[in-house]
Every structure is written in C-alpha cells, then in structure tokens.
Design a protein around this ligand. Structure first.
Ligand SMILES: [Zn+2]
Length: 319
C-alpha cells in the first residue's frame, strides 16, 4: 500500500499561483474553478479549499465544515495549527465515502498541500465520521522523514488523530481506546521477524507499529515526569521549534528536541529499541494497567487501575 505522505519536489502551478493571494484576494482562475474555491481561517491559519471537476453530493458548506473540524482537531492536540497556509485539494471520485489522501509541504510556495478523494456519493455523515483529513493535517506538524522512518510519522498521525477528534467531540473515549485495543497488535513483529520498524512492510506494522511506539512513549514520559508531561508536550515542542513538514529536520534532531522538552531521553531510547530490532510489547498488560478492557464490542474503563490517571491525561478531557 502506498504511504500517504511524501515530500513533493515539483510545484503545482495553479495552486501555487493561488496560494500567494489567498489571504487578500480570490484566485484568478476560471469562473468554474472559482465557484469551487473557498477560504476559511482556523485559529489564525488559512485554508484554501479547491474542489476539482466532478460532482459531489455534499455541499461546499459541508466540505468547509469537514476542513474546519479537521483543523480544530489538530489545534486541540497541538494548541495551534502548525503551518500558516494550507491548500486542501479535493478530487471527486465515482465512489462513496472519503477515499485516499496525501499530504506534503510545498517548500517553494510555503504552504501545506493535502490532496484528498471524496466520493460523489459521500454524504454529510461520511464527512462527520471521517478521520482522513485530520490524519493528513497532523502530518503537517511533524518533519517529513526519510522513507525508512516513515513508520514514526505515520504512527504519530495514527495515534494522535483520534485524540484530537475526541477532544472536539467527534469520537468517544470508548472508540479511541477500543480502536487501540483492536489494532495495536498489528504493529507487533511477526514470529521470525528479524528486523525492527525500519524494515517494516505492510500497512499494519508501519501504521500501528508506529502508534504502539507512541503509546509506549506517552506512558513512559508520563511515568518519568510524574504525569506532568507526555508525548503531547514533546510533539508541541518539535512543532513550535520549527520541526514541521516545512522543515528538513532529521529524525535524530527531531527526537532530540522532543526529549529536551520533556527533560528525559524517552523518544530517542525507544526509537533505538524499536527501529532496528523486533521489540515486542505486552499490549494487553499495558492496556490493563491503563484501565482499558474490551468486552465484545464495548470498551470498559477501570478508574482504579494503576495507570488510569495517565490514561485520563492522554485523553486530555475535562471530566
Ligand atoms: Zn499518514
């Protein structure tokens, strides 16, 4: 399966022309294109929404709401949106639901670029429940790493997207922890697997292996800091110090900045453990300590569990 983000070296000419002016004037394009373009602002960041040729069942207002909610979820995790300008280019497809998407940063133009397929038959409910755009926007807050380390970037986006959406009320705590309980196993090395996540192949090991790194790191950081800091503080520091998709930061530098922010060498050490060796994690035990248990399709929480306070801090909900 294709990974969903990349560093694009070629400029998108039409888009590049438009983005420079998107703060002050509509783009100079054909009337047909103009009617399919709009801009919104979220927390001081600008979003140019472009709907390419093709029919959509959803209205442009519903598309705007989809973009706005995804950006709000990023702000709910990071405290702000990581880049000033982003283009969201929507390609209608002969399908239903939200389809494949990619994110990148156009360095020459100075804007994030997300390209996303939306089916002609997708309805408002499909957009409401879609995590895809939030996932892509989360990528803009982290450097675009070398291909070997993409598991780290994909894992971060996979892990924090539902947390952001939970904080704006789009998914429940039960769904967030239930998904982790159901899927983290996919990130474990298989028997006979001699390599670590750097040599991972396949969606499950890359995305959920990276997400497992994030959960383990989050818990370790919170244990080490008496629950005063977590992965969130490390990721915010990375973005705040310039380590966004606009940067050319190395993985080593990125993790070092994150660890400096939490004053503990957790991200670097765990990376060394998981990148090149088939490290296994007792996921069931970890979730039990956090007070998470699956009972059929239901997720049950135990607030008396030893790490229940850490689970609540990860959620970041005012309850
Ligand atoms: Zn991704």
């Amino acid at each position: 399966m294709l990974l969903d983000y990349q560093k694009k070296l070629t400029a998108v000419a039409v888009v590049a022309t438009c983005v420079a002016g998107m703060l002050i004037a509509p783009c100079e394009a054909s009337a047909r294109v103009n009617s399919r373009q709009s801009t919104i602002a979220v927390d001081g960041s600008q979003f140019l929404i472009q709907i390419k040729d093709g029919d959509l069942n959803v209205s442009s207002e519903e598309v705007k709401t989809y973009v706005r909610d995804a950006a709000r979820a990023v702000v709910a995790y990071y405290g702000k949106f990581p880049v000033q300008k982003t283009i969201v280019a929507i390609a209608p497809t002969n399908d239903d639901g939200v389809g494949f998407a990619t994110s990148t940063h156009e360095d020459a133009g100075g804007y994030g670029l997300i390209e996303i397929d939306i089916g002609a038959y997708a309805n408002r409910g499909d957009l409401e429940t879609s995590w895809t755009l939030t996932h892509e926007m989360m990528h803009l807050a982290f450097p675009i790493l070398t291909r070997r380390h993409r598991w780290l970037a994909e894992g971060i986006a996979t892990y924090i997207e539902p947390i952001g959406r939970m904080r704006i009320g789009k998914v429940s705590r039960e769904e967030v922890w239930g998904d982790l309980a159901d899927n983290l196993q996919k990130g474990l090395p298989s028997s006979g697997d001699a390599g670590g996540l750097n040599s991972a192949r396949g969606y499950g090991r890359i995305y959920w292996g990276g997400a497992l790194y994030c959960l383990v790191a989050d818990v370790q950081i919170r244990k080490r800091t008496n629950n005063r800091r977590g992965l969130e503080q490390a990721l915010r520091a990375i973005a705040n110090e310039g380590g966004t998709a606009a940067s050319d930061w190395s993985t080593q530098k990125t993790l070092r900045v994150g660890d400096a922010a939490i004053r503990a060498q957790v991200l670097e050490n765990l990376f060394d453990e998981m990148a090149d060796a088939p490290k296994t994690v007792d996921i069931r035990q970890l979730l039990r300590e956090l007070g998470v248990r699956r009972q059929g399709r239901a997720t049950i929480f135990d607030d008396q569990a030893p790490l229940a306070h850490i689970r609540k801090s990860i959620e970041g909900l005012a309850i």
